[in-house]
Ligand binder design. Sequence first.
Ligand SMILES: [Zn+2]
Length: 442
Amino acid sequence: MERVRIVSLKGIRNRQSAMIRAGQMEAARVWTVCRDMHIAARQEHGQWPKRDALQKATKGRFSLHSQSVQMVTHAFLANVDTAQQLRTQSRTKIRYPYKDKTFYPLIWPAQAMHLRDKRIVLPMGRGHASLVVPRPDWLTEKAACRIVWNGVHNELHVTLSKPDTPPMDLSSLETTGRQATVDLGQIHQAAVATNTGEALVVSGRGLRSLKRQHSKQLGEMASKRARCTKGSRRWRKLSKTRATLTLRCERRVRDLRHKGTRQVVDFCKKRGIEALFVGNPDGIRRKNSGRHHNQRISQWEYGRDIDYLQQKSEQDRIVCFIGDERGTSSQCPVCGHRHKPKGRNWRCKVCGFEGHRDIVGAVNMHPIAYGQVVPFPKRITYLRPGSLRRSSSPDTGHRPDSSGRRCLAKARNQAPRDVCAGSLEHAHEPCDSARSLPALAG
Ligand SMILES: [Zn+2]
Protein backbone atom coordinates (compact mmCIF):
# COMPACT_ATOMS: atom_id res chain seq x y z
CA MET A 1 0.00 0.00 0.00
CA GLU A 2 1.17 3.48 -0.73
CA ARG A 3 0.92 6.48 1.47
CA VAL A 4 1.77 10.02 0.43
CA ARG A 5 3.18 12.52 2.87
CA ILE A 6 3.15 16.16 1.97
CA VAL A 7 5.98 18.47 2.93
CA SER A 8 5.56 22.18 2.42
CA LEU A 9 8.36 23.89 0.48
CA LYS A 10 7.22 27.31 1.58
CA GLY A 11 10.54 28.51 2.96
CA ILE A 12 12.89 27.56 0.11
CA ARG A 13 15.19 30.10 -1.54
CA ASN A 14 14.29 32.09 -4.62
CA ARG A 15 16.97 30.40 -6.70
CA GLN A 16 15.49 27.01 -5.91
CA SER A 17 11.97 28.22 -6.65
CA ALA A 18 13.20 29.41 -10.04
CA MET A 19 14.78 26.01 -10.71
CA ILE A 20 11.56 24.23 -9.82
CA ARG A 21 9.57 26.55 -12.01
CA ALA A 22 11.86 26.05 -15.00
CA GLY A 23 11.79 22.28 -14.42
CA GLN A 24 8.01 22.22 -14.26
CA MET A 25 7.82 24.12 -17.56
CA GLU A 26 10.25 21.65 -19.12
CA ALA A 27 8.13 18.74 -17.87
CA ALA A 28 5.11 20.37 -19.48
CA ARG A 29 7.03 20.41 -22.78
CA VAL A 30 7.59 16.66 -22.43
CA TRP A 31 3.85 16.21 -21.97
CA THR A 32 3.15 18.32 -25.04
CA VAL A 33 5.47 16.17 -27.17
CA CYS A 34 3.66 13.02 -25.97
CA ARG A 35 0.30 14.60 -26.66
CA ASP A 36 1.30 15.67 -30.16
CA MET A 37 2.51 12.16 -30.99
CA HIS A 38 -0.71 10.69 -29.66
CA ILE A 39 -2.92 13.10 -31.61
CA ALA A 40 -0.93 12.48 -34.81
CA ALA A 41 -1.32 8.71 -34.40
CA ARG A 42 -5.05 9.04 -33.87
CA GLN A 43 -5.50 11.25 -36.89
CA GLU A 44 -3.59 8.86 -39.12
CA HIS A 45 -5.46 5.88 -37.66
CA GLY A 46 -2.06 4.36 -36.92
CA GLN A 47 -0.91 2.53 -33.87
CA TRP A 48 -0.93 4.65 -30.75
CA PRO A 49 2.53 5.38 -29.34
CA LYS A 50 3.40 3.01 -26.50
CA ARG A 51 5.88 3.32 -23.71
CA ASP A 52 8.97 2.57 -25.77
CA ALA A 53 8.05 4.92 -28.60
CA LEU A 54 7.40 7.82 -26.21
CA GLN A 55 10.58 7.18 -24.26
CA LYS A 56 12.59 7.05 -27.48
CA ALA A 57 11.05 10.28 -28.74
CA THR A 58 11.72 12.17 -25.51
CA LYS A 59 15.16 10.76 -24.70
CA GLY A 60 17.95 13.32 -24.30
CA ARG A 61 15.86 16.21 -25.60
CA PHE A 62 14.99 17.89 -22.34
CA SER A 63 16.98 19.48 -19.56
CA LEU A 64 15.55 17.19 -16.89
CA HIS A 65 16.73 14.00 -15.25
CA SER A 66 16.12 11.09 -17.64
CA GLN A 67 13.89 9.33 -15.13
CA SER A 68 11.82 12.47 -14.54
CA VAL A 69 11.18 12.59 -18.29
CA GLN A 70 10.18 8.93 -18.26
CA MET A 71 7.78 9.51 -15.38
CA VAL A 72 5.98 12.18 -17.42
CA THR A 73 5.54 9.77 -20.32
CA HIS A 74 4.23 7.09 -17.92
CA ALA A 75 1.77 9.57 -16.42
CA PHE A 76 0.64 10.48 -19.93
CA LEU A 77 0.02 6.85 -20.85
CA ALA A 78 -1.88 6.26 -17.60
CA ASN A 79 -4.03 9.24 -18.51
CA VAL A 80 -4.75 7.84 -21.98
CA ASP A 81 -5.62 4.47 -20.43
CA THR A 82 -8.07 6.03 -17.99
CA ALA A 83 -9.73 8.03 -20.76
CA GLN A 84 -10.02 4.89 -22.88
CA GLN A 85 -11.59 2.92 -20.04
CA LEU A 86 -14.12 5.65 -19.32
CA ARG A 87 -15.01 5.94 -22.99
CA THR A 88 -15.69 2.22 -23.22
CA GLN A 89 -18.12 2.73 -20.33
CA SER A 90 -20.09 4.95 -22.74
CA ARG A 91 -18.83 8.18 -21.17
CA THR A 92 -18.00 9.60 -24.56
CA LYS A 93 -17.64 13.17 -23.31
CA ILE A 94 -14.27 12.21 -21.79
CA ARG A 95 -11.52 13.40 -24.13
CA TYR A 96 -8.03 12.10 -24.62
CA PRO A 97 -5.33 14.56 -23.49
CA TYR A 98 -5.61 17.58 -25.77
CA LYS A 99 -4.70 20.68 -23.78
CA ASP A 100 -1.46 22.63 -23.88
CA LYS A 101 0.26 22.44 -20.55
CA THR A 102 2.43 25.24 -19.20
CA PHE A 103 3.47 23.46 -16.01
CA TYR A 104 3.65 19.84 -15.00
CA PRO A 105 4.77 18.40 -11.63
CA LEU A 106 8.37 17.27 -11.35
CA ILE A 107 8.55 13.56 -10.59
CA TRP A 108 11.43 11.39 -9.41
CA PRO A 109 11.20 7.65 -8.81
CA ALA A 110 12.82 6.34 -5.64
CA GLN A 111 15.97 5.24 -7.45
CA ALA A 112 16.61 8.71 -8.89
CA MET A 113 16.71 10.60 -5.61
CA HIS A 114 19.46 10.59 -2.97
CA LEU A 115 19.50 11.18 0.74
CA ARG A 116 22.50 13.03 2.08
CA ASP A 117 22.74 13.83 5.80
CA LYS A 118 19.87 16.20 6.42
CA ARG A 119 19.06 16.84 2.78
CA ILE A 120 17.15 15.36 -0.10
CA VAL A 121 19.02 15.64 -3.40
CA LEU A 122 16.84 15.64 -6.49
CA PRO A 123 18.86 15.57 -9.75
CA MET A 124 17.81 17.93 -12.51
CA GLY A 125 19.60 16.27 -15.41
CA ARG A 126 23.08 16.22 -16.86
CA GLY A 127 24.93 19.54 -16.66
CA HIS A 128 22.43 21.07 -14.24
CA ALA A 129 22.75 21.60 -10.52
CA SER A 130 20.62 19.28 -8.40
CA LEU A 131 17.75 20.51 -6.33
CA VAL A 132 18.51 20.22 -2.61
CA VAL A 133 15.74 20.47 -0.06
CA PRO A 134 15.75 19.81 3.70
CA ARG A 135 14.96 16.26 4.70
CA PRO A 136 12.21 15.55 7.21
CA ASP A 137 13.13 13.27 10.14
CA TRP A 138 10.71 10.53 9.14
CA LEU A 139 12.30 10.03 5.72
CA THR A 140 14.83 7.26 6.33
CA GLU A 141 15.02 5.51 2.98
CA LYS A 142 14.72 6.38 -0.69
CA ALA A 143 11.18 7.21 -1.79
CA ALA A 144 9.48 8.50 -4.90
CA CYS A 145 9.16 12.29 -4.86
CA ARG A 146 7.05 14.77 -6.71
CA ILE A 147 7.05 18.56 -6.57
CA VAL A 148 3.61 20.02 -7.04
CA TRP A 149 2.38 23.59 -7.11
CA ASN A 150 -0.66 23.92 -4.86
CA GLY A 151 -1.81 27.35 -5.97
CA VAL A 152 0.21 29.25 -3.37
CA HIS A 153 3.56 27.50 -3.05
CA ASN A 154 5.31 24.27 -3.98
CA GLU A 155 4.87 21.03 -2.06
CA LEU A 156 6.99 17.93 -1.96
CA HIS A 157 4.90 14.75 -2.09
CA VAL A 158 6.81 11.76 -0.78
CA THR A 159 5.36 8.34 -1.55
CA LEU A 160 6.05 5.86 1.22
CA SER A 161 5.24 2.29 0.33
CA LYS A 162 4.28 -0.12 3.07
CA PRO A 163 4.53 -3.87 2.74
CA ASP A 164 1.48 -5.11 0.88
CA THR A 165 -1.15 -6.96 2.81
CA PRO A 166 -2.58 -9.92 0.87
CA PRO A 167 -5.87 -9.03 -0.83
CA MET A 168 -9.03 -10.12 0.94
CA ASP A 169 -12.34 -11.33 -0.40
CA LEU A 170 -15.65 -12.33 1.12
CA SER A 171 -14.84 -16.06 1.06
CA SER A 172 -11.73 -15.66 3.22
CA LEU A 173 -13.71 -14.33 6.16
CA GLU A 174 -13.70 -15.84 9.58
CA THR A 175 -17.19 -16.75 10.65
CA THR A 176 -18.37 -14.23 13.17
CA GLY A 177 -20.85 -13.18 10.48
CA ARG A 178 -20.77 -9.55 11.56
CA GLN A 179 -21.47 -7.19 8.69
CA ALA A 180 -22.22 -3.52 8.26
CA THR A 181 -23.46 -1.14 5.62
CA VAL A 182 -22.66 2.54 5.12
CA ASP A 183 -24.99 5.17 3.73
CA LEU A 184 -23.05 8.24 2.64
CA GLY A 185 -24.68 11.61 2.88
CA GLN A 186 -24.09 15.32 3.19
CA ILE A 187 -25.80 16.26 6.42
CA HIS A 188 -24.52 13.04 7.87
CA GLN A 189 -21.23 12.10 6.29
CA ALA A 190 -21.86 8.42 6.98
CA ALA A 191 -24.59 6.34 8.61
CA VAL A 192 -23.55 2.83 9.55
CA ALA A 193 -25.91 -0.03 10.44
CA THR A 194 -24.60 -3.39 11.63
CA ASN A 195 -26.47 -6.69 11.67
CA THR A 196 -25.91 -6.83 15.44
CA GLY A 197 -28.41 -4.05 16.14
CA GLU A 198 -26.05 -1.12 16.44
CA ALA A 199 -25.70 2.04 14.40
CA LEU A 200 -23.41 5.02 14.01
CA VAL A 201 -24.10 8.44 12.56
CA VAL A 202 -21.17 10.74 11.74
CA SER A 203 -22.17 14.35 11.27
CA GLY A 204 -21.22 16.05 8.02
CA ARG A 205 -22.42 19.50 8.96
CA GLY A 206 -18.88 20.68 9.71
CA LEU A 207 -17.76 19.69 6.24
CA ARG A 208 -20.74 21.26 4.59
CA SER A 209 -20.40 24.53 6.44
CA LEU A 210 -16.72 24.77 5.49
CA LYS A 211 -17.67 24.43 1.85
CA ARG A 212 -20.50 26.92 2.14
CA GLN A 213 -18.09 29.39 3.77
CA HIS A 214 -15.64 28.88 0.94
CA SER A 215 -18.30 29.44 -1.71
CA LYS A 216 -19.22 32.72 -0.02
CA GLN A 217 -15.58 33.77 0.14
CA LEU A 218 -15.18 33.02 -3.56
CA GLY A 219 -18.25 35.11 -4.34
CA GLU A 220 -16.88 38.02 -2.34
CA MET A 221 -13.53 37.77 -4.11
CA ALA A 222 -15.21 37.61 -7.50
CA SER A 223 -17.20 40.79 -6.90
CA LYS A 224 -14.06 42.60 -5.69
CA ARG A 225 -12.05 41.40 -8.66
CA ALA A 226 -14.78 42.49 -11.04
CA ARG A 227 -14.05 46.10 -10.07
CA CYS A 228 -10.32 45.82 -10.85
CA THR A 229 -8.45 46.05 -14.12
CA LYS A 230 -7.42 42.58 -15.10
CA GLY A 231 -3.74 42.05 -14.31
CA SER A 232 -3.43 45.09 -12.04
CA ARG A 233 -1.62 44.92 -8.71
CA ARG A 234 -4.87 44.83 -6.74
CA TRP A 235 -6.23 42.12 -9.02
CA ARG A 236 -3.12 40.01 -8.49
CA LYS A 237 -3.33 40.52 -4.74
CA LEU A 238 -6.93 39.36 -4.71
CA SER A 239 -6.03 36.33 -6.82
CA LYS A 240 -3.40 35.37 -4.30
CA THR A 241 -5.83 35.74 -1.41
CA ARG A 242 -8.31 33.57 -3.25
CA ALA A 243 -5.72 30.84 -3.76
CA THR A 244 -4.73 30.97 -0.08
CA LEU A 245 -8.35 30.66 1.04
CA THR A 246 -8.95 27.76 -1.34
CA LEU A 247 -5.89 25.95 -0.08
CA ARG A 248 -6.92 26.41 3.53
CA CYS A 249 -10.43 25.15 2.81
CA GLU A 250 -9.05 22.10 1.02
CA ARG A 251 -6.79 21.28 3.93
CA ARG A 252 -9.54 21.59 6.51
CA VAL A 253 -11.97 19.54 4.43
CA ARG A 254 -9.42 16.81 3.86
CA ASP A 255 -8.63 16.68 7.55
CA LEU A 256 -12.31 16.37 8.55
CA ARG A 257 -12.98 13.79 5.86
CA HIS A 258 -10.14 11.61 7.11
CA LYS A 259 -11.38 11.93 10.69
CA GLY A 260 -15.00 11.15 9.79
CA THR A 261 -14.15 8.03 7.82
CA ARG A 262 -11.74 7.00 10.58
CA GLN A 263 -14.67 7.12 13.05
CA VAL A 264 -16.62 4.74 10.80
CA VAL A 265 -13.79 2.22 10.50
CA ASP A 266 -12.91 2.42 14.21
CA PHE A 267 -16.57 1.80 15.10
CA CYS A 268 -16.62 -1.28 12.87
CA LYS A 269 -13.32 -2.59 14.18
CA LYS A 270 -14.42 -2.28 17.81
CA ARG A 271 -17.51 -4.36 17.05
CA GLY A 272 -15.67 -7.07 15.16
CA ILE A 273 -17.21 -6.25 11.79
CA GLU A 274 -15.70 -8.28 8.96
CA ALA A 275 -17.41 -6.84 5.89
CA LEU A 276 -18.40 -3.30 5.06
CA PHE A 277 -20.73 -2.42 2.21
CA VAL A 278 -20.66 1.17 0.95
CA GLY A 279 -23.63 2.41 -1.06
CA ASN A 280 -22.57 4.43 -4.10
CA PRO A 281 -24.85 7.48 -4.44
CA ASP A 282 -23.95 8.06 -8.09
CA GLY A 283 -27.53 8.52 -9.35
CA ILE A 284 -28.14 11.75 -7.43
CA ARG A 285 -25.45 13.63 -9.34
CA ARG A 286 -27.29 13.69 -12.64
CA LYS A 287 -30.54 15.15 -11.33
CA ASN A 288 -31.17 18.89 -11.61
CA SER A 289 -32.43 20.18 -8.28
CA GLY A 290 -32.12 23.95 -8.60
CA ARG A 291 -29.03 26.10 -8.32
CA HIS A 292 -28.66 26.08 -4.52
CA HIS A 293 -29.01 22.35 -4.12
CA ASN A 294 -26.97 21.68 -7.25
CA GLN A 295 -24.07 23.58 -5.69
CA ARG A 296 -24.30 21.48 -2.53
CA ILE A 297 -24.45 18.26 -4.53
CA SER A 298 -21.54 19.18 -6.77
CA GLN A 299 -19.41 19.99 -3.72
CA TRP A 300 -20.19 16.64 -2.14
CA GLU A 301 -17.07 14.53 -2.67
CA TYR A 302 -18.49 11.11 -1.92
CA GLY A 303 -15.86 9.50 -4.17
CA ARG A 304 -13.25 10.60 -1.65
CA ASP A 305 -15.34 9.16 1.20
CA ILE A 306 -15.50 5.83 -0.62
CA ASP A 307 -11.75 5.93 -1.31
CA TYR A 308 -10.82 6.71 2.26
CA LEU A 309 -13.20 4.08 3.63
CA GLN A 310 -11.68 1.46 1.34
CA GLN A 311 -8.13 2.35 2.30
CA LYS A 312 -8.77 2.55 6.02
CA SER A 313 -10.75 -0.69 6.15
CA GLU A 314 -7.99 -2.43 4.21
CA GLN A 315 -5.55 -1.29 6.88
CA ASP A 316 -7.80 -2.73 9.57
CA ARG A 317 -8.45 -6.00 7.70
CA ILE A 318 -12.12 -5.34 6.96
CA VAL A 319 -13.47 -6.34 3.54
CA CYS A 320 -14.92 -3.25 1.91
CA PHE A 321 -17.04 -3.33 -1.23
CA ILE A 322 -19.21 -0.92 -3.14
CA GLY A 323 -22.58 -1.27 -4.79
CA ASP A 324 -25.66 0.55 -5.97
CA GLU A 325 -27.82 2.05 -3.26
CA ARG A 326 -30.72 3.24 -5.40
CA GLY A 327 -34.07 3.32 -3.65
CA THR A 328 -32.74 2.27 -0.24
CA SER A 329 -33.60 5.54 1.50
CA SER A 330 -37.21 5.70 0.34
CA GLN A 331 -38.42 2.33 1.61
CA CYS A 332 -39.86 1.47 5.01
CA PRO A 333 -37.60 -1.13 6.68
CA VAL A 334 -40.62 -2.71 8.42
CA CYS A 335 -43.41 -2.98 5.84
CA GLY A 336 -41.67 -2.04 2.60
CA HIS A 337 -43.91 0.95 1.85
CA ARG A 338 -42.21 3.49 -0.41
CA HIS A 339 -42.25 7.23 -0.04
CA LYS A 340 -39.80 10.09 -0.17
CA PRO A 341 -38.97 11.26 3.35
CA LYS A 342 -39.05 14.90 4.39
CA GLY A 343 -36.75 16.10 7.14
CA ARG A 344 -34.29 13.95 8.99
CA ASN A 345 -36.84 11.47 10.36
CA TRP A 346 -38.42 8.64 8.40
CA ARG A 347 -42.11 8.28 9.25
CA CYS A 348 -44.14 5.47 7.65
CA LYS A 349 -47.70 6.35 6.78
CA VAL A 350 -48.77 2.71 6.64
CA CYS A 351 -47.29 0.97 9.68
CA GLY A 352 -46.33 3.96 11.80
CA PHE A 353 -42.59 3.15 11.89
CA GLU A 354 -40.33 6.03 12.87
CA GLY A 355 -36.55 6.20 12.66
CA HIS A 356 -33.42 8.05 11.56
CA ARG A 357 -33.58 8.63 7.83
CA ASP A 358 -29.98 7.77 6.98
CA ILE A 359 -30.01 4.68 9.18
CA VAL A 360 -33.11 3.53 7.25
CA GLY A 361 -31.01 3.77 4.08
CA ALA A 362 -28.19 1.76 5.65
CA VAL A 363 -30.57 -0.90 7.04
CA ASN A 364 -32.15 -1.33 3.61
CA MET A 365 -28.74 -2.01 2.09
CA HIS A 366 -28.33 -5.23 4.09
CA PRO A 367 -30.67 -7.27 1.82
CA ILE A 368 -28.88 -5.92 -1.28
CA ALA A 369 -25.37 -6.52 0.03
CA TYR A 370 -25.70 -9.66 2.12
CA GLY A 371 -29.20 -10.98 1.32
CA GLN A 372 -30.18 -10.64 4.94
CA VAL A 373 -32.96 -8.54 6.49
CA VAL A 374 -31.85 -6.90 9.72
CA PRO A 375 -34.03 -5.24 12.36
CA PHE A 376 -33.84 -1.48 12.80
CA PRO A 377 -31.03 -0.75 15.30
CA LYS A 378 -32.10 0.14 18.82
CA ARG A 379 -28.92 2.00 19.71
CA ILE A 380 -27.57 4.81 17.59
CA THR A 381 -24.21 6.45 18.34
CA TYR A 382 -23.88 10.05 17.16
CA LEU A 383 -20.39 11.37 16.53
CA ARG A 384 -18.72 14.38 15.00
CA PRO A 385 -15.68 13.75 12.78
CA GLY A 386 -13.50 15.68 15.22
CA SER A 387 -12.55 19.14 16.27
CA LEU A 388 -11.66 21.56 13.51
CA ARG A 389 -9.31 23.40 15.80
CA ARG A 390 -7.29 20.42 16.91
CA SER A 391 -5.34 18.31 14.48
CA SER A 392 -4.74 14.92 15.98
CA SER A 393 -5.51 12.01 13.80
CA PRO A 394 -3.39 9.06 12.80
CA ASP A 395 -4.59 9.63 9.25
CA THR A 396 -3.51 13.22 8.88
CA GLY A 397 -0.04 12.70 10.30
CA HIS A 398 -0.80 14.78 13.37
CA ARG A 399 -0.43 12.50 16.32
CA PRO A 400 -0.31 14.11 19.74
CA ASP A 401 3.25 12.80 20.12
CA SER A 402 4.48 14.44 16.93
CA SER A 403 6.31 17.24 18.76
CA GLY A 404 9.61 15.99 17.37
CA ARG A 405 8.52 16.69 13.79
CA ARG A 406 8.41 20.11 12.29
CA CYS A 407 7.41 21.41 8.93
CA LEU A 408 10.18 22.83 6.80
CA ALA A 409 8.77 26.32 6.65
CA LYS A 410 8.53 26.47 10.39
CA ALA A 411 11.95 24.98 10.92
CA ARG A 412 13.44 27.85 9.04
CA ASN A 413 11.27 30.82 9.91
CA GLN A 414 9.53 30.33 13.22
CA ALA A 415 9.82 28.81 16.62
CA PRO A 416 7.79 25.59 16.76
CA ARG A 417 4.30 25.83 18.18
CA ASP A 418 2.40 23.08 19.89
CA VAL A 419 -0.72 23.33 17.81
CA CYS A 420 -0.48 23.85 14.08
CA ALA A 421 -3.95 24.98 13.05
CA GLY A 422 -3.43 25.16 9.30
CA SER A 423 -1.57 21.88 9.12
CA LEU A 424 1.40 22.29 6.83
CA GLU A 425 2.57 18.75 6.90
CA HIS A 426 0.13 15.94 6.53
CA ALA A 427 -0.31 12.60 4.96
CA HIS A 428 -3.06 11.51 2.69
CA GLU A 429 -3.70 8.64 0.44
CA PRO A 430 -2.91 9.27 -3.23
CA CYS A 431 -5.80 10.84 -5.09
CA ASP A 432 -4.48 11.04 -8.64
CA SER A 433 -6.82 11.04 -11.58
CA ALA A 434 -4.46 8.55 -13.14
CA ARG A 435 -5.29 5.94 -10.54
CA SER A 436 -7.26 2.89 -11.43
CA LEU A 437 -11.00 3.24 -11.60
CA PRO A 438 -13.04 2.08 -8.65
CA ALA A 439 -14.47 -1.32 -9.39
CA LEU A 440 -18.20 -1.47 -8.81
CA ALA A 441 -19.34 -4.59 -7.07
CA GLY A 442 -22.89 -5.85 -7.04
ZN1 LIG B 1 -43.98 0.91 7.16
